[in-house]
Design a protein around this ligand. Structure first.
Ligand SMILES: [Zn+2]
Ligand SMILES: [Zn+2]
Ligand SMILES: [Zn+2]
Ligand SMILES: [Zn+2]
Ligand SMILES: [Zn+2]
Ligand SMILES: [Zn+2]
Ligand SMILES: [Zn+2]
Length: 1723
C-alpha cells in the first residue's frame, strides 16, 4: 500500500520559494527573452505540478491562493507592462460594451422566443432583455434552457424586427464600426497577442491531450514524482447505481463516498477515485473494468500521471482566466478572437478553435463547459467574429452560394447512410442503441440543412439558383435511395416470424419532412427554379420507375363501354412500399405549378409530353390500396410493424409529406386522364374490377357467396375505394389544387376537429401539423371559426365551433379516422336535432378547382362511377345478407350528393358564363346501360326511399330526391331559384327512438354502477345494499342525527335564551336524544345507546402543522414529550376527519380483517403497493373509498339533570381545591407506598376529603363492552398517530392526545369557517358535523377506559395552570398555554374527578366555571402579548362601550402593578378593548362549537348567519357577560390572588422580555405562500437556486414548498438524507419538518404541483398556472406564457386547510394505479 495520504507537507516545503517569487520580475525577464513560449512553458512546467494535484483530493484553498500568485500574476504583469490592477483599469475605461447581450443561460433559466419576429425558433432572449424588448407585446414562447445557450439580443440576423432591447440599443452617435484596437498601443497589442496565443495553445494542447503518462514537449517537470490518479469517466450506458456499487467494491469506500464520486462524475464528466503509485491505481482500474464489463462495455477508467492531471486542471483555470481578462476590454476580446481563429500550420480547419471543436466529443464534460463559456464570452460577443464563427458552424444562404453547403451536407449525409440494398435503397439495421447513436449524427446534419434553408430568399441571383439546384439534385439523389425502401410483401398462410425493421426509415422520413416542405417553399419563390426543379424531379422519378411496364403484357380493362390498357399488378401479391418521397415531392411541385400559374404562362417550358399519368399515379395508388387492404384485414399476418407504418403514414407528423401528397398525386394524374380509365385502373388495383365489370354485377348477392370472409373483405375494399373517390373529387383545400386562400386549409382542419367536440387549445395544436418553426398557424384563424369558453376551477378552456362554421362539415374529411368520423357524425346530428333541424348531413359546398385540376369533377358523372353507384344501390334493395354494408351505401349516397351540389354550383355560376356541361341529374335519370333496362339511379333511390330496412338512410335519400327536384325546377325555369335545403317535416319518430335508446343506455350505466358497489360489498361476505349509492346515502341522511337536526335550528324547547353550557343550559328531551342510524355494511338499523351495540364512524387521524405559527420548532421526541399543555404556537396538532359513514363496530372489524387478509395474499403474490397501508391500520371506507385509519364510536348525549341550588364561583373553587388536596395526597400516598413502603411518608400530609367526595369510589363503567372496545381503539389510534409511537393503550398520554385532537380539530374548523366566510353554525357539511359531534362526545367518555388515577392527575395539573397550586410542579406560565386546549382538556378530564362526588354538585356548574376562569386567563394572555406598540388615535365611543373601556383600562393597570416595567403603558381603553375583543373571538367561537357538540344545545339563529350581533350572540350562548371583564370584577376578591399567581410565574416576565416574539392573538390563518403572477419569475428564481449540498451546483429539480416557501433540491442523490432509517429525497425530508409528513410542492421545471404524505404516498396535481387558453402546461412543453390563476391556487389552499391532502392522494392513487408504484420518498 503506497497511497500518499498527506497533502500538506509539500506546500510548506515550498513555502520559502513561493514567498520569494516575484511576478513583476518574472514578467520583466519574459520581456527580454527571444523564445517566449519556451520560457512560459518552463515556468508552467516548474510550478503547475507544485500547486495542483498533490494529494488524493483537490485542495481548492491552496490552489486558489497560489495559482493567481505564481501563474496568473506574471502573465498579467507581462500583458499590461505595469501593475495589473492599474493596467486593467485603464483598459476598462476604453471598453466599448458589446451590443450583443450574450448572456449565457444557466440550466433551467427561462428563455423567450418571439413567434412573430424570431428568424428561427433557436433565437432566444434572456428574461431581462425580453422584458425590455418589443416582443413582450407579441406572441411569444417561453422555455427553460437546458443550459449553455446564450441570449441573441443585439444580433440583427436573429430577429426580423426589434433586435435590440432597451439596454442593448446601440448608441447611434458613436459609430459601432470603430476598430476596438485603435485605442491600444502597438506594444500592448503585440504583448497581448503573445500571451493569448501561448496560453490558449497551452490550454488546447492540455485539454485535447490523450497520453496518460507523458506531457507535451516543454512541459516535462524538472523532478518527476511517482504519483498517479485513477480517473473515472462518465458514459451514457451505466446507471448511477451501477457506478456506486462498482466503486464501493473497487476502491473500498463507503456508500456515501461512492455517491459523492458518482455525482461528480455525472456532473463534471470525470473524477479521480484513487491516488497513489501506479500499481495501486492500476489495481482499482482493473476491478472497475472487470465489474462493469459484463453486460455492456466497461466504464472508462484511466490511470494518469499526476502531473498530466495537474496541467489539465490549470488549463481549465487558464481558460477561465482568459475569459475574465477579456471582460476588461473589447480590444482584448478582439485579439483573443483573432488568436483563436487564426489558421494553424496544418492549413484549413487547424485553428485553435477548430481543434477544440473537433475534439469536443472526446473531452470530458467539465472541460467542454469551460471552453464553451469562453467561446460565448469571446467569439459570440464580437459582432465581427460572430459572423466569422458562424461560418465555422454553418450559417445562412450565403453558405449555399459561397461554400456550396447544401450539397456538402447532403453528400455527407449520404455517406453516413451507406447501407443499400440491391436496388440502391437505404437499408437499416435493427433500430438499436448503436443505430440511434449513428442517427444522431445524421440528425444533426438534418439540423444543419434546416438551418441553411430556414430563411427563404427574397431575391434570387443566378449563382444562388445554380447552387440551390445543385443542392436540389443532390437531395433528389437522397430521395431516390428512399423511394421504395422497406418494401413489404403480404404474408399468407403463416404469420411473419420476426417483425421487420421499420422505425429507422420512418424516423428518417419524419426528420426530413420539414426539409422537403422547405425545399418546395424555396422552389415556389422563383419560377425558373420551380420549373427546373420540376423537371429534375420528374426525370428522377422516371428514372426510378423506368421499365415498370417492361416485360409483361398489358391487360385490357373494359367497363360500361370504355376500355383501357394497364399493367398486371396485385398489391396483395407483390412488393409494395410506403416510402415514395420522389412521387410526393413531384406532387407538391405540380400543385405549385398550378398555384403560381407557371403552368399556364410557360407551358412550353414544362415537360408535359414526358408526363405519363398512369405512371404518376401507380405507386401512390398502390400505397393507398395497401392501406385499404390492411384495413380490410388482409395483411393480419404481417404483424404490428405494418400497422404502425400505416398509422404513421396518416399521422399528423408525417401526413403532409405522405398521405396528403399521395392524394394530390392521384388528383394530378386523374385530372390528366379520362375519368373512366382512371376509375377502371383504380378498381383493378383495389382488386375489385372483377366484381363491377361482370355483366350481372348488380346481382352480386346471387353470385358471390362462396366465402364469407372474402365477401366481407371486398365490402371493406369497396367502402375504401368509394371513400378514395370522394376524396379525389372533394379535397380541394390544397393551394394549387383548389382555388383557396392561404389560411382556408388550416381553417377547415380546425372546423373538422371542432366538429368532433369542443377542444382545448393544446388538443387542437396536437391535431394540426406544425411547420419547421413549430407553428400551426392556428392562432391566425381560430377566432373566425370558433368561440373560446373559459375554464372553471377545474378543467381547461375550450374552443367551440361557431354554429355558422358547421356548414363546412364534411363527413368524409380526409384526415378523419373512422373513429373520428363516427364521433363527428354523432355530434353533428345531435346538434342539428337540438336545433330542431333535419339531421341529414349532406356534402358541403366546395371551392372550385384550379384550372389544372378542373376536369376532376367529371369523375362524378362518368359512366364507370355511375355504374358502380347503380350496382350498390341495386344490392341495397334487399336487406343486407352481407353483400352490401351500411357504410358502402352511405358513401354512395354521399357521392350522389356531391354530384348534385356540384351541379347546383355550376348552375349558379353559369348564370354568369352560361356554359356548363355538368348535368348530373340527367345522368342519374337515365336507365342503366348494361344490361339494358335496368332502373336508373334516380328510380332506384325512389324505391329505396320506402324500404323499411333503410330507415337510417331515409333522411339522406329524401334530401337527394328533393335536391334533384329543385335542380330540375331551376333548369326548367331559367330564372334560377336558390335551392332550399331544409326538408319538410322533421323526423320525430327517429328522435323518439333515439331518446328511448338514450334512456336505455342510462339505465344500463346505472345498473353497472350498482353492480360495482355490490362487488365491493360482497367482499364482506354479507348481504349488502342492492340499491344504488345515491338512494342509499339519502336514506342514511334521513336517519342521521345531524341532518335531522333541523329541529335544533328552530328551537322550540326554549323560549328566550339558549345556553350551551352551565346549569341553565338547554337539555334534550327523551325523544331528542334518541338516535337511530343505519349500518352501511349490513343495512340494519341501530339505536345509539350506552349499553347497545357500538356504532362507529370511519375516521382519519393525522398529524398537522396547518395552523402552526412556528415551523422552526423541532419535532418533539415522541417518547418523552408531555402533550398535556398545547403551546399557543400550535406547532404540531392531531387532526381527526371523517367521511361520515357509519358502521356497526363488528361489521367494520370483519371488513377490516377481510381487507387485511386480502392484502396479505396479494403481498405474497406480487409486491405491489396499495394506496393505503394496511399494516398501519389504514383502509378505505367501504362506501366512499375515503382513506381512513381508525373509527370513532358514536355515543348518545349524556343524561344530566340540574337539581339543587349551585354554589357560586368562590364556594365552588373552595370545594374543588379541597377535593384536589385530598386527591393529591391520596395519589402521593399510593405512589410512595408503591415505591418503597412506609419510609418516605413525611412530606405527605393527610388531607381529609370534603363531604360527599369518596376517594376510594370506583365508578361503574356504563358502556357496553363493544363501545368500550371502540373507545380504546380510537384512543390508541389517536395516540399512535399523534405522537408517532407504537400503540400502547396503557400509556397515560392516550386520553391527553384524544382531548388534544378534539380541541385541535375544532380550532381548525373554526379557522376554516372564517377563511371561507361562512357562519359558525349551519354551514358545515354533515360529514364534518358528525365527526365533531362524535369526537367531542368520545372525548368526554374516553376517561372511562383509562386509569382513573392518571386522568385525575392530569386534571390536577391542568387546574393548577389556572388556579396556581404550589404543590403541583412544572406548571407552564399562561403565556405558554393554548387556552382553548386547556378548556377542552379541563372539561373532558373533569368527569374522572366528578364521578367521585356525590354531594349534589352539577357537572354543568364546573363546565361553566372552567369557561369563566379560562376566559379570564385568555384575556390576560391577550393583554400581555397582543397589545401593539403604536397606539392609534383614541376613538370616541358610546355609553355601553365606555364601561368596557374603563374596565379593561383598570384591568390592564392592575396587570402593570403586578408586572411593573415588563408591560408598556397604554391608556387608551378603547384600544385595549379592541385588542381583547379581536383576540378572544376565535376562542369564543371554538368554545361555542365545543359546548354545542358536547351538550347538544341548538345554536341561536344569529350564529347561523354572518354579520353583526355575533359577539352578543356568542357571549349569550356561552352564558358569558358581553362585557367579559365582569368575569373578573364580579369576583374580584377571589380573582385578584389568581391573577397575582399567574403574573408571578417566572415564565411571564421572561416571555415578555425575551427577544422571541410572543404569539399574538388573534392568530392569523396560515396561507400558502404568495406566488408571482407570471410563471417565468418562478423559473428565474429556480434557475438561480443552487443545491445546498454540492457547493454551488445547479439543482436539477428545484422544488418549492408552497407551505413555507423553501426551495429544495428534489429527486437527486446529492440532497438525500436519512429519515427513520430510510434514504429519502429533499422533499420527503422537508415534509417531516414543515408539514408533519404532509407536503405541498411546486416542481418548478415541470410546472406541476406535488402532494406528498408520509414516505410512501404522493400524487401530482394540476398547477395553479394557466396559459391564455385556460390550460396548464405540465412539463412545460408547449411554452405558452403562464399566469397565476388565483381561484385554482385558493382551491389547493383549501385542500390543505381542511386537511384533505392525504385524502386527495388516496383518491388519485385509486384512480390511477401507476401512481402507487412511484418511489415518492426519493423526490
Ligand atoms: Zn440578454
Ligand atoms: Zn438585450
Ligand atoms: Zn416579436
Ligand atoms: Zn352492520
Ligand atoms: Zn365513507
Ligand atoms: Zn415547507
Ligand atoms: Zn442537491
Amino acid at each position: 500500500m503506497a497511497a500518499v495520504e498527506t497533502d500538506r507537507d509539500a506546500p510548506s516545503a515550498l513555502c520559502s520559494e513561493f514567498l520569494n517569487f516575484s511576478a513583476k520580475d518574472t514578467a520583466a525577464k519574459w520581456l527580454q527573452v527571444s523564445n517566449l513560449p519556451k520560457e512560459v512553458y518552463q515556468h508552467l512546467a516548474c510550478y503547475v505540478p507544485k500547486i495542483y494535484c498533490l494529494g488524493p483530493n483537490l485542495n481548492p484553498q491552496n490552489e486558489d491562493l497560489l495559482a493567481p500568485l505564481l501563474l496568473q500574476s506574471p502573465l498579467e504583469w507581462y500583458l499590461c507592462g505595469e501593475e495589473p490592477s492599474v493596467g486593467l483599469a485603464k483598459l476598462e475605461q476604453n471598453n466599448q460594451p458589446s451590443q450583443l447581450c450574450g448572456h449565457v443561460f444557466k440550466v433551467g433559466e427561462p428563455t423567450y422566443s418571439c413567434r412573430e419576429c424570431a428568424a428561427d425558433p433557436t433565437c432566444v432572449l434572456c428574461m431581462q432583455c425580453f422584458l425590455g424588448s418589443v416582443h413582450k407585446e407579441h406572441r411569444y414562447r417561453m422555455t427553460t434552457s437546458g443550459g449553455g445557450g446564450f441570449c441573441d439580443c443585439g444580433d440583427t440576423e436573429a430577429w426580423k424586427k426589434g433586435p435590440y432591447c432597451q439596454k442593448h440599443e446601440p448608441n447611434i452617435s458613436d459609430s459601432s464600426q470603430k476598430d476596438p484596437l485603435a485605442n491600444l498601443s502597438d506594444e500592448m497589442i503585440a504583448r497581448t497577442y503573445n500571451v493569448f496565443s501561448i496560453i490558449l495553445k497551452y490550454a488546447v494542447d492540455m485539454l485535447t491531450w490523450e497520453k496518460e503518462d507523458e506531457l507535451p514537449e516543454g512541459l516535462e517537470p524538472p523532478a518527476r514524482g511517482d504519483t498517479y490518479y485513477c480517473m473515472l469517466f462518465n458514459d451514457e450506458v451505466h446507471t448511477y447505481e451501477q457506478v456506486i456499487y462498482t466503486l464501493q467494491k473497487a476502491v473500498n469506500c463507503t456508500q456515501k463516498e461512492a455517491v459523492s464520486f458518482a455525482t461528480t462524475v455525472d456532473r463534471d464528466g470525470r473524477k479521480s477515485v484513487r491516488f497513489g503509485d501506479f500499481q495501486f491505481c492500476e489495481q482499482a482500474k482493473s476491478v472497475i473494468v472487470r465489474n462493469t464489463s459484463r453486460q455492456t462495455k466497461p466504464l472508462r477508467v484511466q490511470v494518469m500521471h499526476s502531473s498530466v492531471v495537474a496541467h489539465q486542471c490549470f488549463a481549465l483555470k487558464a481558460l477561465t482566466w482568459l475569459g475574465q481578462i477579456i471582460r476588461y476590454s473589447d480590444a482584448l476580446r478582439r485579439i483573443l478572437c483573432q488568436v483563436g481563429l487564426q489558421r494553424g500550420p496544418e492549413g484549413e480547419n487547424s485553428s485553435l478553435v477548430d481543434t477544440l471543436m473537433l475534439c469536443d466529443s472526446k473531452m470530458w464534460k467539465g472541460a467542454r463547459n469551460v471552453y464553451h463559456q469562453l467561446f460565448m464570452s469571446s467569439l459570440l460577443m464580437d459582432t465581427k467574429y460572430k459572423k466569422l464563427f458562424a461560418i465555422q458552424f454553418a450559417k445562412a444562404r450565403m453558405l449555399i452560394t459561397e461554400e456550396n453547403l447544401m450539397t456538402t451536407i447532403i453528400r455527407t449525409f449520404m455517406d453516413h447512410l451507406r447501407h443499400r440494398d440491391l436496388h440502391g435503397h437505404f437499408q437499416f439495421e435493427r433500430y438499436t442503441a448503436q443505430q440511434a447513436f449513428k442517427f444522431r449524427r445524421v440528425q444533426s446534419l438534418i439540423g444543419d440543412l434546416k438551418y441553411v434553408l430556414i430563411s427563404r430568399p427574397t431575391e434570387w441571383t443566378d449563382q444562388l439558383r445554380e447552387k440551390y439546384l445543385e443542392g436540389f439534385s443532390a437531395f433528389l439523389e437522397l430521395l431516390k435511395c428512399m423511394q421504395g425502401m422497406d418494401p413489404v410483401v403480404r404474408q399468407v398462410g403463416q404469420h411473419i416470424e420476426m417483425e421487420p425493421e421499420w422505425e429507422a426509415a420512418f424516423t428518417l422520413q419524419m426528420k426530413l419532412t420539414h426539409i422537403i416542405s422547405m425545399m418546395q417553399e424555396w422552389c415556389s419563390s422563383d419560377e425558373r427554379v420551380l420549373i427546373e426543379a420540376y423537371k429534375k424531379c420528374l426525370s428522377a422519378l422516371t428514372h426510378c420507375h423506368s421499365g415498370f411496364t417492361d416485360g409483361e403484357q398489358p391487360i385490357t380493362l373494359s367497363m360500361c363501354g370504355h376500355s383501357v390498357d394497364t399493367i398486371r399488378y396485385c398489391v396483395s401479391q407483390e412488393k409494395v412500399s410506403i416510402h415514395l418521397p420522389l412521387s410526393r415531392l413531384l406532387a407538391g411541385l405540380h400543385a405549385l405549378l398550378s398555384k403560381t400559374e407557371v403552368a399556364y404562362r410557360f407551358p412550353e417550358l414544362l415537360p408535359l409530353s414526358e408526363l405519363s399519368p398512369p405512371m404518376l399515379i401507380e405507386h401512390p395508388l398502390r400505397c393507398l390500396v395497401l392501406c385499404a387492404q390492411v384495413h380490410a384485414g388482409m395483411w393480419r399476418r404481417n404483424g404490428f410493424s405494418l400497422v404502425n407504418q400505416i398509422y404513421y403514414y396518416h399521422n399528423v407528423k408525417c401526413r403532409v409529406e405522405m398521405f396528403d401528397k399521395d392524394l394530390s398525386m392521384l388528383q394530378a394524374g386523374a385530372s390528366m386522364m379520362d375519368p373512366n380509365h382512371f376509375l377502371m385502373i383504380m378498381l383493378s388495383r383495389f382488386e375489385l374490377y372483377h366484381i363491377f365489370s361482370s355483366a350481372d354485377c348488380r346481382k352480386r348477392y346471387n353470385r358471390e357467396n362462396a366465402n364469407k370472409d372474402v365477401v366481407q373483405q371486398n365490402n371493406t375494399l369497396i367502402e375504401e375505394m368509394l371513400h378514395l373517390v370522394i376524396m379525389i373529387v372533394g379535397e380541394r383545400y390544397t393551394a394549387g389544387v383548389g382555388q383557396v386562400e392561404c389560411f382556408d386549409e388550416i381553417r377547415r382542419e380546425i372546423v373538422h376537429q371542432l366538429c368532433i367536440r369542443p377542444m382545448a387549445h393544446s388538443e387542437l395544436v396536437k391535431a394540426l401539423p406544425e411547420n419547421e418553426n413549430k407553428e400551426t398557424g392556428m392562432e391566425r384563424v381560430i377566432d373566425s371559426v370558433a368561440l373560446f369558453k373559459k375554464p372553471g376551477v377545474t378543467g381547461k378552456g375550450l374552443y367551440k365551433l361557431r354554429p355558422e362554421s358547421a356548414k363546412m362539415f364534411n363527413l368524409y374529411f380526409h384526415h378523419y379516422s373512422r373513429a373520428d368520423q363516427s364521433k363527428a357524425e354523432e355530434a353533428q346530428r345531435k346538434i342539428k336535432r337540438q336545433n330542431g333541424e333535419d339531421s341529414v348531413l349532406p356534402p358541403p359546398v366546395l371551392p372550385r378547382f384550379c384550372p389544372l385540376f378542373a376536369s376532376l369533377v367529371n369523375i362524378l358523372q362518368c359512366d364507370v362511377l355511375l355504374g358502380i353507384l347503380g350496382a350498390v344501390l341495386q344490392w341495397a334493395m334487399e336487406p343486407s345478407g352481407g353483400h352490401w354494408s351500411e357504410s358502402m351505401l352511405q358513401r354512395v349516397l354521399h357521392l350522389i350528393g356531391m354530384g348534385l351540389v356540384e351541379e347546383q354550383q355550376h348552375l349558379l355560376s353559369s348564370a354568369e358564363d352560361n356554359d356548363t356541361n355538368f348535368n348530373f341529374t340527367l345522368k342519374i335519370s337515365r336507365p342503366g346501360e348494361a344490361p339494358a333496362n335496368t332502373p336508373s339511379i334516380l328510380a332506384l333511390l325512389e324505391t329505396l326511399q320506402n324500404a323499411p330496412h333503410l330507415e337510417v338512410h331515409k333522411d339522406m335519400i329524401r334530401w337527394i330526391l328533393k335536391t334533384v327536384a329543385n335542380i330540375k325546377t331551376t333548369r326548367e325555369c331559367t330564372a334560377s331559384a336558390p335551392p332550399s335545403d331544409s326538408s319538410g317535416h322533421s323526423q320525430e319518430e327517429t328522435v323518439r327512438d333515439k331518446d328511448k335508446a338514450e334512456r336505455k343506455r342510462k339505465a344500463e350505466m346505472a345498473r353497472l354502477r350498482r353492480e360495482k358497489i355490490m362487488a365491493q360489498m360482497s367482499e364482506m361476505q354479507r348481504h349488502f345494499i342492492n340499491e344504488n349509492k345515491e338512494l342509499f346515502q339519502q336514506s342514511l341522511e334521513e336517519l342521521d342525527p345531524s341532518t335531522s337536526s333541523t329541529l335544533e335550528h328552530s328551537p322550540s324547547s326554549c323560549d328566550s335564551t339558549l345556553f350551551c353550557v352551565g346549569p341553565r343550559r338547554w337539555r334534550a328531551g327523551g325523544s331528542d336524544r334518541r338516535q337511530v342510524v343505519t349500518c352501511i355494511l349490513c343495512q340494519e338499523e341501530q339505536e345509539i345507546r350506552i349499553d347497545g351495540k357500538a356504532m362507529v364512524l370511519a375516521a382519519f387521524v393525522q398529524r398537522s402543522t396547518v395552523m402552526s405559527k412556528n415551523r422552526k420548532r423541532p419535532p418533539h421526541n415522541p417518547d418523552k414529550y408531555d402533550p398535556l399543555f398545547m403551546h399557543p404556537d400550535l406547532s404540531f396538532g392531531t387532526h381527526t376527519g371523517s367521511c361520515g359513514h357509519i358502521m356497526h363496530s363488528h361489521c367494520w372489524q370483519r371488513y377490516f380483517e377481510a381487507v387485511q387478509a386480502k392484502e396479505q395474499r396479494r403481498q405474497q403474490r406480487l409486491r405491489v403497493h396499495t394506496s393505503y397501508d394496511v399494516e398501519n391500520g389504514e383502509f378505505l371506507c367501504p362506501l366512499c373509498e375515503c382513506l381512513s385509519n381508525t373509527v370513532i364510536p358514536l355515543l348518545p348525549l349524556t343524561k344530566t339533570s340540574c337539581s339543587s341550588e349551585q354554589p357560586d364561583l368562590s364556594q365552588w373553587l373552595n370545594i374543588t381545591s379541597l377535593q384536589m388536596k385530598a386527591l393529591l395526597s391520596a395519589h402521593r400516598k399510593a405512589k410512595a407506598a408503591d415505591a418503597d413502603g412506609v419510609d418516605d411518608m413525611d412530606g405527605v400530609n393527610d388531607c381529609p376529603p370534603p363531604d360527599g367526595f369518596k376517594l376510594d369510589y370506583t365508578p361503574k363503567n356504563p358502556y357496553s363492552s363493544t363501545i368500550k372496545e371502540m373507545l380504546t381503539t380510537f384512543g390508541t389510534a389517536t395516540y399512535k398517530v399523534g405522537l408517532k409511537v407504537h400503540p400502547n393503550e396503557q400509556d397515560p398520554r392516550v386520553p391527553i392526545m384524544c382531548w388534544g385532537s378534539c380541541a385541535y380539530t375544532i380550532q381548525s374548523i373554526e379557522r376554516l369557517l372564517v377563511d371561507e366566510e361562512k357562519p359558525l353554525f349551519g354551514s358545515l357539511p354533515c360529514r364534518q358535523d358528525d365527526c365533531l359531534s362524535s369526537l367531542t362526545r368520545f372525548g368526554s367518555a374516553c376517561w372511562t377506559v383509562s386509569s382513573h388515577a392518571t386522568v385525575q392527575n392530569h386534571f390536577i395539573r391542568l387546574l393548577a395552570a389556572l388556579v396556581p397550586d404550589p404543590r403541583v410542579e412544572n406548571t407552564p406560565c399562561i403565556l405558554d398555554i393554548d387556552m382553548f386546549h386547556l378548556l377542552v382538556s379541563l372539561v373532558l378530564s373533569h368527569p374522572a374527578v366528578f364521578s367521585l362526588d356525590s354531594s349534589g354538585l352539577s357537572a354543568d356548574t364546573a363546565q361553566l366555571y372552567f369557561l369563566h376562569l379560562v376566559t379570564v386567563a385568555h384575556i390576560v394572555q391577550i393583554l400581555l402579548s397582543s397589545v401593539p406598540e403604536e397606539v392609534q388615535m383614541e376613538q370616541e365611543s358610546g355609553g355601553a362601550e365606555r364601561e368596557e373601556e374603563e374596565k379593561v383600562c383598570m384591568f390592564y393597570n392592575t396587570l402593570r402593578t403586578h408586572l411593573g416595567s415588563g408591560l408598556r403603558e397604554v391608556d387608551s381603553g378603547w384600544h385595549l378593548w379592541c385588542c381583547v375583543k379581536a383576540g378572544i373571538l376565535p376562542y369564543l367561537r371554538a368554545a361555542a362549537l365545543f359546548f354545542h357538540y358536547l351538550n347538544g344545545a341548538p345554536a341561536p339563529p344569529e350564529l347561523h348567519t354572518l354579520g353583526v350581533g355575533e359577539w352578543e350572540a356568542l357571549c349569550g350562548y356561552l352564558c358569558l357577560p358581553s362585557n367579559l371583564l365582569q368575569l373578573f370584577y364580579n369576583n374580584r376578591e377571589l380573582m385578584e390572588p389568581v391573577l397575582h399567581g399567574w403574573c408571578s410565574h417566572p415564565g411571564v416576565l421572561q416571555g415578555l422580555q425575551s427577544s422571541v416574539a410572543l404569539i399574538r392573538f388573534p392568530r392569523e390563518s396560515n396561507h400558502l405562500i404568495e406566488l408571482p403572477g407570471d410563471y417565468s419569475a418562478l423559473i428565474n428564481q429556480a434557475s438561480s437556486f443552487t443545491c445546498p449540498k454540492s457547493g454551488g451546483d445547479k439543482s436539477r429539480a428545484p422544488t418549492l414548498c408552497l407551505v413555507c416557501g423553501a426551495m429544495l433540491c428534489s429527486q437527486s442523490y446529492c440532497c438525500q438524507s436519512e429519515l427513520e432509517g430510510v434514504d429519502v429525497g429533499a422533499c420527503t425530508a422537508h415534509t417531516f419538518a414543515c408539514g408533519a409528513g404532509v407536503g405541498i410542492f411546486l416542481r418548478v421545471r415541470e410546472s406541476q404541483v406535488l402532494f406528498l404524505a408520509g414516505k410512501t404516498k404522493g400524487c401530482f396535481y394540476a398547477p395553479p398556472y394557466l396559459d391564455d387558453y385556460g390550460e396548464t402546461d405540465q412539463g412545460l412543453r408547449r411554452g405558452n406564457p403562464l399566469h397565476l390563476c388565483q381561484e385554482r391556487y385558493r382551491k389547493i389552499q383549501k385542500l390543505w386547510r381542511q386537511h384533505s391532502i392525504t385524502e386527495e392522494i388516496g383518491h388519485a392513487q385509486e384512480a390511477n394505479q401507476t401512481l402507487v408504484g412511484i418511489d415518492w420518498q426519493h423526490l
